[in-house]
Design a protein around this ligand. Sequence first.
Ligand code: SAM
Length: 248
Amino acid sequence: MGSEKTDNKKSYIQHIGIISSCFPEKFGIPRQPGLVAHSSAVIDLYPPFNRAEMVSGLGEFSHIWVQFLFHQAVGDGWRSTVRPPRLGGQKRCGVFACRTPHRPNHIGLSAVRLQGIELGRSGPRLHLGGVDFLDNTPVLDIKPYLPYSDAIPDAAAGFAAITGSDAPEQIRFTDAAAEFCRRYQLRYQRPLQNLIGELLTADPRPRSQKRKKEFGMRLWDVNIRWRMEEWGALVVAVDFWQAEGSCG
Ligand code: SAM
């Protein structure tokens, strides 16, 4: 058979498009879709998959499945077991028993809200809500969400059913932070204050940093700093993110 022998255990998968999301970095991204309603993203499709006919009929569905590549985990390789945050970061479980990015093919799967389809000159742009994607995430496939078969309300959820958290009960903004969010929303039609409020309520703090008081994260082109208080979280500053050394 010589060197042409093909390895039938490997496949070639094309990226059909790219995601632009409100999350320029991993810190703060919800661990699953639907947890932060005001998080948003768009999918732009690459030629030859960017023909309008390829999404015809998709607009009738309220939600879609997006299969994507955890592109920022590929370099870390994969693990046979991981310590899910839900288990306090102590207990291990098999990689196929959880949704970690560090899996053999680094493929992610999210059911997200389809907020609209814009047909532009470079092809369809899908507007999404309630997302858990990092900015610049490659898209592998898109499918409609079928409630009659995809929703299994009485399914057992294993360790993922664990509830109860010490998430902040109240989220407050300083006047300056609230004012920046108000102006930002007016200028860019981005619900920044709602998004920050929902993200902090979902508690992005890693278990290992729960004693820390001050935190920062980035959304779109904005830097957010907040402080943990007895009663909850205080957003102390929101301003445009300045790249190192830029004079703004
Ligand atoms: N819903 C998907 C699933 O179940 O396959 C993703 C679940 S995974 C736990 C969600 C986390 O993956 C996010 O909180 C973020 O930290 C990480 N993530 C999102 N997009 C990524 C990317 N492109 N590369 C690496 N990690 C990413």
